[in-house]
Design a protein around this ligand. Structure first.
Ligand code: COA
Length: 330
């Protein structure tokens, strides 16, 4: 856990990009043996965006990043670092982050990709928070950008109906907070990260450039992932609250990773949160992996639900397994 200090990582802007093409459950059912009813009942998903060939992780990430920098009022040339959570990079190297750096003209920033599957954004927030507190940089653009449509096996109806494409970004900037304001002041209060590689085989992509077999399709044992998800996520959010001497009643909004409405509801219920305090976008975006939290966060900030001063709890779980939480005051 990151300890409180006078230097804080404050969220100053958000931005998103969604591919133009929307595919509804009914449209998907034309090419896959499934139905709107089955998908809606089991997952809460109604539609997803699928990327066109030019909409790569770097293209979408740059668009989301540009919007986040504009919202923050930060010039690209002033940016210190770019972290991109992605499992679907344009190239094995260079990183998606340097493609985005070039597209934005963020010439002073360094950047790298972070591989933590659906937990990529939470991991990115945690690393950015540590870099900002340490004084390594004064600003970080944290992006989640994914094109899962390119790694889906459309012969496997148990997985291909669950995912979509998109990108979301936030700007974190270092600010000094007076010691008496450590609880009420804006900024990342804490992050908690976890991994259990013994569960690597329940959710993975079966190819990459380091192997001969580059078929690269997502493979998942959905039941096993579901079985672990609610308890591990509930543990990660309880850990965040306990570490900060808070209870669920102090949380204004839970912005969970958007994988499945039943998992989201399960965590919300364990916390005893009213449904209106849980941000849900899985119906519109499906599971966009590392992009799902910044997409949901952006929506709730821009529609006015999440306001300055609100305490927001983020959580995610993904392939690895990896999971974690981040507690942020806006
Ligand atoms: N359309 C119609 N039927 C489908 C289907 C689809 N898209 N996918 C699977 N089915 C069928 C199965 O073939 C099975 O039929 P059978 O009983 O005749 O064999 C039946 O539905 C039940 O399949 P099962 O896999 O046991 O369903 P489930 O209740 O576990 O739901 C998931 C499947 C994937 C929705 C669920 O396991 C889940 O959400 N898991 C978590 C996945 C997740 O969120 N992963 C990402 C984490 S980052």
């Amino acid at each position: 856990m990151s300890e409180p200090s006078s230097r804080r990582a404050v969220l100053t802007g958000t931005g998103i990009y969604l591919p133009e093409k929307i595919v509804t459950n009914a449209e998907l059912a034309e090419r896959v043996d499934t139905s709107d009813e089955w998908i809606t009942e089991r997952t809460g998903i109604k539609q997803r965006h699928f990327a066109a060939p030019h909409e790569t992780a770097s293209f979408m990430g740059a668009a989301a990043g540009r919007a986040a920098l504009e919202a923050a009022g930060l010039a690209p040339e002033a940016l210190g670092a770019i972290i991109v959570g992605t499992s679907t990079p344009d190239n094995a190297f260079p990183s998606t982050a340097v493609h985005i750096q070039a597209a934005l003209g963020a010439n002073k920033a360094f950047g790298f990709d972070l591989a933590a599957a659906c937990s990529g954004f939470i991991y990115g927030i945690s690393v950015a928070d540590a870099m900002l507190r340490a004084g390594q940089v004064d600003s970080v653009l944290v992006i989640g950008s994914e094109v899962y449509s390119r790694i889906l096996n459309f012969e496997d109806r148990g997985t291909c109906v669950l995912f979509g494409d998109g990108a979301g970004a936030v700007v974190l900037q270092a600010r000094d907070v007076a010691p008496e304001d450590t609880k009420s002041g804006a900024g990342v209060l804490s992050t908690h990260l976890h991994a259990d590689g013994r569960l690597a085989d329940i959710l993975y992509v079966d190819g990459a450039t380091g192997r001969r077999d580059m078929s690269a399709h997502l493979v998942m044992n959905g039941r096993e992932v579901f079985r672990h998800a609610v308890s591990l996520l509930a543990g990660a959010v309880t850990e965040a609250l306990t570490a900060n001497g808070l209870t669920a009643a102090d949380i204004d909004f839970l912005v969970p990773h958007q994988a499945n409405k039943r998992i989201i509801d399960g965590v919300g219920k364990k916390l005893g949160l009213a449904p209106e305090r849980v941000v849900v976008t899985v119906d519109k975006h499906a599971n966009t992996s590392a992009a799902s939290i910044p997409l949901a966060l952006h929506e709730a900030i821009t529609d006015g639900r999440i306001k300055p001063g609100h305490l927001v709890l983020l959580e995610a779980l993904g392939g690895g397994l990896t999971w974690g939480s981040a507690l942020i005051r806006l």
